[in-house]
Design a protein around this ligand. Structure first.
Ligand SMILES: [Mg+2]
Length: 170
């Protein structure tokens, strides 16, 4: 019996949450984050990701560069629950750069049981930093996210198949 798993690392803003309604508040970051509970769910992406969330071969976590204060944390948790996700969540301390923070948070969560890591994120800097070590999917909103969903599903199914094949080996 193989106990290896896939770790899915999912971004929030512009990956599953449409934050365009609060962009006008920038550069007032406090006000910008305070409105995060009103983000519109990106339904196609949420459905594609939800499909894998109860698979016993998969661990799913959310890592976001939203400021890690209490208000943002509780609003983000509630928002994730409202769209059907109850998974570990990591928010960025304000002193850390996004790509570094995501790499570190992922490293600290990952363990020996994770044979594959798949990162899904709309930020090119995050993908650039992590793509040499892990599977990555850059989120494109064009074409109603179809290309992103296709690429993501292909990589997930490939990883699942590889895990299952390895499990069959004596
Ligand atoms: Mg994002």
């Amino acid at each position: 019996m193989n106990d290896k798993k896939i770790l899915m690392v999912v971004d929030i803003d512009l990956t599953i949450a449409d934050n365009q309604h609060r962009v006008h508040l920038l550069p007032n970051w406090k006000a910008f984050f305070a409105e995060c509970d009103k983000d519109k769910p990106i339904i196609g992406m949420i459905q594609a990701i939800s499909f894998y969330q109860n698979n016993p071969l998969i661990d799913m976590i959310f890592i976001s560069s939203r400021s890690g204060d209490e208000d943002t944390l509780s609003k983000t948790k509630a928002w994730l629950e409202s769209v059907g996700f109850d998974k570990p969540l990591f928010l960025r301390p304000s002193f850390e750069k996004t790509a570094d923070f995501k790499a570190n948070a992922l490293e600290s969560y990952k363990n020996n049981s994770h044979a594959y890591v798949i990162i899904i994120d709309d930020e090119i800097k995050v993908i650039e930093k992590l793509k040499h070590k892990y599977q990555t999917v850059l989120v494109y909103s064009e074409n109603n996210y179809k290309n992103t969903i296709d690429e993501f599903s292909l990589k997930m199914n490939h990883a699942i198949k590889k895990l299952q094949n390895n499990a069959l080996k004596p």
